[in-house]
Write a protein that binds this ligand. Structure first.
Ligand code: PMP
Length: 404
């Protein structure tokens, strides 16, 4: 018998929209991980080679991070008990922020509950309705939401098109409002790298604020994974650097790096910081241990890039469109296999799963209509044997489905 809440009519419009997704073949069900996030793991009771996680350096399960979390629970309990500005700032939160600031070579850092809230909370609080945001068309949803919340005027430039960004800046140059240029360091659906250095030149030329979202560059690009600003040698030129603690760092959270005044201002004005409880101490401890690993185990990043080069090469040899034709060319461990049609992509992803490979299908509205793809992500911990096995399954399944 249906639950009484299902019988009520107030939310029928949602059911209608879900039916539409089902008809289009892009409705999905959440896959449930039964064990540990790892290169080979068990989803929905089935053992698969995992090409879908953001666990770039295998830190979700690093023994030193586990130990750090357990020790912090013993020392400080499981919760912080309040928002940061009331009573929820613990020594370990400050320790993490100081560590990140040193690592990133900036004056100060503030940690948020997620990368999403770091972006949205920062963009929405540092600008107002008189101001302008010059934003890459493929920037992350958290930047778009933050921009909308700020009520600033949003000008979107074509993906990585610096000349177009300059045109937009020229159009508003004589307006009194502040201008913010913002780009992802690594774009999450295509795996290409934002032109941070060239956008810094524009920011200098037009007196604009420069902001970079390094969610997928943290732990991946730059010396010891310091991110895209380090990769491009742009230290001291990016006013606001956002990173995440949820991907390569292996835990959860986001951070903003910049000047002391920027961070102090965010303490006073960023709404997720002001109105949402801080991390449990175990999460902060885990992240501190993760930054130690970045500094002390650079071989993880080397393995990540070696796996990335190998996997891309093999997919290319097999004849897949892995970006660079109809979509931007991937330059990082995120490699899309472009299929085009949404339904076919989701069917491909399901068939891969049945054959033993977990690789997520991504369709509209996350990517443009007609550019649906399987997104693969390498980690440092995949073995060559696992990669060869995955490639074999991907090629066979694609042939069976006339995708290759
Ligand atoms: N920015 C980008 C480019 C991302 O891909 C993501 C994660 N999907 C985020 C920000 C948000 O990070 P988090 O998962 O830590 O909220």
């Amino acid at each position: 018998m249906a639950h009484p809440l299902s019988e009520r009519s107030q939310l029928r419009h949602l059911t209608a929209q879900l039916d539409e997704l089902k008809q289009k073949g892009t409705h999905f069900r959440l896959r449930v991980l039964d064990d540990i996030q790892a290169p080979v793991c068990t989803y929905d009771g089935k053992k698969v080679i995992n090409l879908a996680s953001n666990n770039y350096l295998g830190l979700c399960d690093h023994p030193k991070l586990r130990e750090a979390a357990i020790q912090a629970i013993r020392d400080y309990g499981v919760g912080s008990g309040a928002v940061r500005t009331i009573a929820g700032t613990m020594k370990i939160h400050m320790e993490l922020e100081e560590k990140i600031a040193r690592f990133k070579n900036v004056e100060a850092c503030v940690v948020f509950q997620s990368g999403f809230t770091a972006n949205a909370g920062t963009v929405s609080s540092i600008l107002g309705k008189e101001d302008f945001i010059i934003s890459d068309e493929l920037n992350h949803a958290s930047i778009i939401d933050g921009a909308r919340l700020s009520r600033a005027k949003i000008k979107v430039f074509r993906h990585k098109d610096v000349a177009h960004a300059e045109e937009l800046l020229k159009e508003v140059a004589s307006e009194p409002g502040r201008k913010l240029i913002i780009t992802d360091g690594v774009f999450s659906m295509d795996g290409d790298i934002g032109p941070v250095d060239k956008l810094c030149d524009l920011a200098d030329k037009y007196g604009a604020i420069m902001m970079v979202d390094d969610a997928h560059a943290s732990g991946v690009l730059g010396r010891n994974g310091r991110g895209s600003v380090d990769h491009f040698g742009c230290h001291g030129r990016v006013d606001v650097q956002v990173g995440t603690l949820s991907k390569a760092i292996g835990a959860l959270g986001g951070y903003v790096c910049g000047s002391k005044d920027l961070i102090d201002y965010l303490y006073h004005r960023a709404r997720p910081f002001l109105f949402s409880t801080s991390h449990p101490p175990s999460v902060a401890a885990t992240c501190i241990a993760a930054f130690d690993i970045l500094e002390n185990e650079p071989e993880r990043i080397e393995r990540l890039w070696s796996n990335t080069r190998y996997f891309k090469e093999q997919l290319g040899h097999a004849g897949f469109d892995i970006g660079g034709k109809s979509t931007p060319a991937s330059e990082t461990p995120i490699t899309p296999i472009i299929v085009g049609d949404g339904r076919k992509t989701m069917d491909f992803s399901r068939a891969l799963f049945d054959a033993g490979v977990m690789a997520t299908g991504i369709a509209f509205p996350t990517v443009p209509e007609g550019k649906a793809r399987i997104r693969t992500i390498m980690t440092s911990e995949h073995t060559r044997e696992q990669l060869d096995q995955a490639l074999d399954i991907i090629v066979k399944t694609a042939k069976q489905m006339s995708i290759l």
